[in-house]
Design a binder for this molecule. Structure first.
Ligand SMILES: [Zn+2]
Length: 139
């Protein structure tokens, strides 16, 4: 009885060591790359959450494309960026359209249609923070 027990214990210990050694191999591989699984490209995650059909129609700019994913407290769409940081969906739309460095430091992306959830690149414009605030006063 005590022998079987010991064998079992030995096997458990051996399996444990095997597990630990495979974990070690994995962590060595991981340390070479970025930690964690690589997220899917943002465009692949972004576009399925945009409704191009049921949005309100702006008199001059046409139909708004509405974000259907998660939103911030202020009512803007939000999405995780490829850098692991939370970004606003309409900013992602702007960057997908105009390039990833299109929003210069000190600039914000303003909605010409005043629909915060709107994602249509045509309805978005990069402006300074001051301009954006001025426009808000005009509402
Ligand atoms: Zn719009």
């Amino acid at each position: 009885m005590s022998t079987r027990h010991t064998n079992l214990e030995a096997r458990v210990i051996a399996e444990g060591q095997e597990l630990r050694s495979s974990e070690r191999t994995m962590s060595v591989e991981h340390s070479r790359k970025k930690p964690g699984p690589k997220p899917r490209p943002i465009a692949e995650r972004y576009w399925p959450k945009v409704d191009k059909v049921n949005g309100p129609v702006h008199p001059k700019l046409g139909k708004c494309w509405i974000w259907t994913g998660g939103t911030t407290e202020a009512g803007y769409g939000k999405i995780w960026g490829e850098d692991g940081r939370l970004d606003m969906a309409h900013r992602v739309s702007y960057k997908l359209e105009h390039g990833w460095d299109a929003i210069k430091p000190g600039y914000e992306v303003d909605h010409l249609c005043k629909t915060r959830l709107c994602q249509r690149p045509k309805h978005l414009e990069s402006v300074t923070k001051e301009e954006n605030l001025d426009r808000r006063d005009d509402w």
